[in-house]
Design a protein around this ligand. Structure first.
Ligand SMILES: N[C@@H](CCC(=O)N[C@@H](CS)C(=O)NCC(=O)O)C(=O)O
Length: 195
């Protein structure tokens, strides 16, 4: 059985949702970052951590890629052009969505108060808006990012859009708001939310 460490309010949500999509057997340990249960398996204190067969794996994207490959679901096959396009979407989301939101979070409540630069958030919002335009152009006709098949970057994009709303980063592209509404309807997403 897999063990997923990290509160559902963190990036662990991506992994919990993936587990529900896969119908996999897992135990959820809702530990907060830097708590003892986390530092034992990840000295950096960050969540999520997946423990499989006694081996801890850190970083939500690495975990999603591992699970997708292992189960042969939510991914295109390695070595195909579709997989290259899928990985390119994932990388774009990490560079432009996750990174902006994470930097805003650091300057809101993670860094020591005297190190925070509040004004940076306006710049990040502006960048986030531009990145949304690019994303809207890169999206297939749907229902998913790459078309008819849900893949790993769908989990990351949906989580980032939810995160953006919590962080008061407006979703300015109608295609992305419609997409988010659609993804939130998924039973597996709702199951993960119930955690
Ligand atoms: N790239 C990592 C980032 C992990 C991360 O920073 N997680 C946050 C919670 S969402 C955390 O544990 N923060 C605590 C800290 O930075 O000390 C991932 O995708 O899992």
């Amino acid at each position: 059985m897999y063990q997923v460490i990290g509160t559902a309010k963190s990036r662990a949500f991506r992994v919990l949702w993936m587990m529900e999509e896969l119908g996999a057997d897992y135990e959820h340990v809702p530990a907060v970052p830097r708590s003892e249960g986390v530092t034992q398996v990840n000295p950096a204190g960050k969540v999520p951590v997946l423990v499989d067969d006694g081996t801890p794996i850190t970083d939500s994207t690495a975990i999603l890629a591992y699970l997708a490959d292992r189960h042969g679901r939510l991914t295109h096959k390695a070595g195909t052009l579709d997989r290259a396009r899928q990985d390119s979407l994932t990388q774009f989301l990490l560079d432009e969505f996750d990174a902006a939101l994470w930097l805003a979070a650091r300057h809101s409540f993670i860094l020591p108060e005297e190190m925070r630069l509040s004004a940076i958030k306006n710049t990040l919002r502006w960048e986030f808006e531009a990145s949304q335009k690019t994303m809207a152009h890169r999206m297939a006709d749907g229902p998913f990012l790459m078309g008819s098949e849900m893949t790993v970057p769908d989990l990351i994009l949906t989580h980032c859009l939810d995160w953006a709303l919590t962080a008061r980063f407006p979703i300015t592209e109608a295609r992305l708001s419609d997409y988010l509404e659609r993804m939130r309807e998924r039973p597996a997403y709702r199951q993960a939310c119930a955690l």
